[in-house]
Design a protein. Structure first.
Length: 122
């Protein structure tokens, strides 16, 4: 797990997560490629039950949710830690379509999510 940034588990217990092997299967790739995606900031991992996992909400049928990696980059550039990013992505915001930033990304509202992420930097 060296070199993989890991967020604290700040998510509610009912938020579904997937171990890296299941993420790899869902993406049709290897676990090593998933680890590379984590190191490069395309995904965020956390430890739950001693295992490295990724929120299942980060994945859709065709791969990683569109706009997620760009949002992670904007948040990282704003100084957010992986834990702060995870908390923000899953925090309820009734003014967003889908009620959380991650759900807004899943419903093709990435521009609005990134705009809000950029606004938090100032």
């Amino acid at each position: 797990m060296s070199g993989i940034p890991v967020a604290e588990d700040v998510l509610a217990a009912d938020i579904a997560v997937l171990p890296l092997t299941e993420v790899a299967n869902a993406l049709g790739t290897s676990v090593n490629k998933v680890r590379q995606l984590l190191r490069e900031g395309e995904l965020i991992a956390l430890k739950r039950g001693g295992e490295l996992v990724v929120p299942s909400a980060f994945l859709v049928k065709d791969g990683v949710v569109k706009g997620l990696s760009g949002t992670i980059t904007v948040l990282a550039d704003s100084g957010f830690s992986r834990t702060e990013m995870l908390r923000w992505l899953f925090t309820t915001d009734d003014s967003l379509p889908g009620s959380t930033p991650v759900n807004a990304l899943r419903t093709s509202h990435g521009t609005e999510v990134k705009r809000r992420a950029q606004a938090m930097a100032f």
